[in-house]
Write a protein that binds this ligand. Structure first.
Ligand code: IPD
Length: 345
């Protein structure tokens, strides 16, 4: 099957308004999530795999990538159906780290569903997921095929029924992202990429705008709420310097879909601090396959575990923005960095 055929979508419409309520106590059943979604390997001994990583990299063929991409799209559509059916209903919401960091039963159910889907298809594959991590499972990325999943990217949007909510799925092999999908489950738009195969929106090839000048650039970023006064000052500094030089600032409220705006040339710069590997994995590949540049916010090599990203339609633009940013350093997702090679390597 051609790569672009793996990208077509069916359409769907929803209209009712939803409500939500926030609960104080967590709704996560830790043991259930851990047992259903930890790095379970039905065929081989995981301990052995972890202690003795393969000496030579796992070979990845184009055929395998197409199979994985097809599976990722199927999983995203199944997940999207769940997300849409819950989107306008009353939601049970639980706070995580702050009143702006929320989780719903749908996030947790969709993550379990997606893990089970892949486990049935690929019993030896491993998993990293936002809600599994929130439930206490450590993030561990080995060379083995590992699905990195954000079941609902834009949980705040989901809670408010703001129609930018993504299912973000990426597969890492040898610590490289090989296939990725970001699916706007409400508007039914599928972004997809395979390493070395290009990036697509609903089956059509996409590419960055190529802009090199900040004066001609739209910037996409999240100005996080409820920060400490110092971090708030740094945020205002960053926004101000970009507003003074660029064409404007936008935010869709989901990191994964923000990144897709760079990939399809709708905006030129994206940066964010504090995001995690499941927010970044799919977008990083989609942007690079669309011809864009993905770095860390200081303009250095992109670390999937580094909790920040700067993406742009060109290297010149990325470096201009990096040099003007005040940085917000967060504890990385893992101690060992994971630097993704350029997709041209
Ligand atoms: C969040 C969204 C948001 C970004 C946050 C993420 P979640 O993901 O992507 O746009 O600013 O950093 O955590 O929690 O909705 O999956």
């Amino acid at each position: 099957m051609a790569a672009c055929e793996l990208l077509s979508s069916s359409s769907s419409q929803y209209s009712a308004m939803g409500k939500f309520r926030i609960q104080g106590s967590p709704v996560i059943n830790l043991s259930e999530i851990v047992s259903s979604s930890s790095n379970v390997n039905n065929n081989i001994d995981d301990t052995t795999v972890n202690k003795q990583p393969p000496e030579s990299p796992i070979q990845v063929t184009e055929e395998q990538k197409l199979v994985w991409l097809g599976a990722a799209k199927e999983a995203a559509r199944l997940a999207g159906k769940e997300v849409r059916s819950a989107f306008y209903r009353e939601k049970t919401v639980t706070m995580k780290s702050s009143p702006a960091d929320l989780v719903t039963e749908t996030d947790q159910n969709v993550e379990k569903m997606v893990f089970s889907f892949f486990r049935r298809k690929f019993p030896t594959h491993r998993f990293i997921g936002e809600e599994t991590t929130a439930a206490g499972v450590p993030i561990e990325l080995t060379d083995e095929p590992t699905w990195i999943i954000d079941p609902i990217d834009g949980t705040n949007n989901f809670v408010h029924s703001f129609p930018f909510v993504a299912v973000a799925i990426a597969l890492s092999v040898n610590k490289e992202i090989e296939v990725a999908v970001t699916y706007n489950a409400i508007l039914d738009v599928m972004y997809a990429a395979g390493r070395g195969m290009g990036a697509y929106r609903d089956g059509k090839r996409i590419s960055v705008s190529g802009a090199t000048d900040i004066k001609e650039s739209l910037v996409v970023t999240t100005a996080k709420s409820l920060l400490t006064p110092t971090k708030m000052e740094d945020t205002f500094h960053n926004l101000r310097s970009l507003l003074e030089r660029g064409r404007g600032i936008r935010n869709l409220g989901t990191a994964a879909l923000n990144m897709c705006q760079i990939a399809e040339g709708a905006a030129e710069v994206y940066f964010e601090f504090g995001i995690h590997c499941w927010d970044m994995a799919s977008g990083a590949l989609i942007i690079r396959e669309a011809g864009g540049v993905v770095l860390d916010t200081a303009g250095g090599p992109f670390n999937l575990m580094g909790r920040c990203m700067l993406a742009a339609s060109s290297m010149d633009l990325a470096q201009t923005v990096a040099s003007g940013l005040r940085h917000d350093h967060k504890k990385p997702d893992t101690v060992e960095p994971v630097y993704l090679r350029s997709t041209k390597d």
